[in-house]
Ligand binder design. Structure first.
Ligand SMILES: [Zn+2]
Length: 254
């Protein structure tokens, strides 16, 4: 099976399986950015028994596994941590840096990881945006943090929304629906057979555009984790059972 489409390239190499994004192709000499998936071998990354997989992935994509920032607790909040060295990041949902050689990572199983690159100031961000994070505008807050720290102009950044739960599967109850309507109106809310579905990627895109990111610079991988649960870790895809493992969104300045 192959998940390649206009926005993504499915790579299988030396035991690692991951997606690359065509939006970043022209910056290949500046950044490494991948979304590691479970693939046909059910690869795990952020578990004790997945340690080797993560290290192997790092080797394959030529980043230093000892310089990988893993957030201890992704908390569905809006805290964006500025990474200056290899210090532990205890609790955050967004990471930004302009340090070369440090790999930022987020882990997701239906939520949206957003990888962001500013080619002018040469700075990066990696964001975990679930529905709570999307409501709290964590992704635009990461861009604004880049602006504050590195002088980033939002109009310059290129954003990739990694695979996440799609509109076709993101059914929500009234309480979640009401929160989205309050924040964004009903624009990307769809009703079918008495159920409500939300296009979270579109909400997230809109919140980035609101702060000056160019619409044509926001790229959606266009892959639903639930539809592709054979190859992508998906919480809802496995029936919301524990434990659920995670895909890994990695980005590093060369
Ligand atoms: Zn789907």
């Amino acid at each position: 099976m192959d998940l390649s489409n206009a926005e993504t390239r499915h790579v299988k190499k030396d035991g690692a399986e991951y997606l690359e994004f065509t939006a970043f192709d022209k910056y290949m000499d500046k950044i490494t950015a991948v979304f590691a998936i479970k693939g046909e071998n059910d690869l795990r990354y952020f578990t004790e028994d997945g340690k080797e997989n993560l290290e192997n992935l790092c080797r394959v994509i030529s980043v230093d596994p000892n310089k990988l920032i893993k957030i201890t607790k992704q908390a569905h909040g809006d805290n964006v941590a500025v990474v200056k060295d290899l210090s532990e990041v205890a609790e955050a949902d967004g990471l930004v840096t302009n340090k070369k050689g440090i790999t930022l990572s987020t882990r997701v199983a239906d939520c949206i990881s957003v990888l962001i690159y500013d080619p002018v100031q040469n700075a990066i961000a990696d964001v975990h945006s679930g529905w709570r994070g999307t409501l709290k505008r964590i992704a635009p807050k990461a861009v604004l943090k880049m602006q504050q720290e590195y002088g980033t102009n939002p109009a310059d950044v290129v954003c990739v929304l990694c695979p996440s739960i799609g509109l076709d599967h993101f059914e929500v109850d009234d309480d979640v629906k009401d929160l989205f309507v309050e924040e964004f109106g009903e624009r990307y809310m769809y009703g079918l057979n008495g159920k409500t579905y939300i296009d979270a990627a579109r909400h997230l895109t809109e919140s980035l555009v609101e702060i000056g990111v160019k619409l044509q610079n926001v790229h959606d991988a266009g892959l639903c984790t639930v539809c592709n649960k054979e190859l992508l870790h998906s919480y809802r895809g496995i029936g919301s059972k524990e434990p659920c493992y995670h895909n890994a969104a990695l980005i590093c300045l060369k």
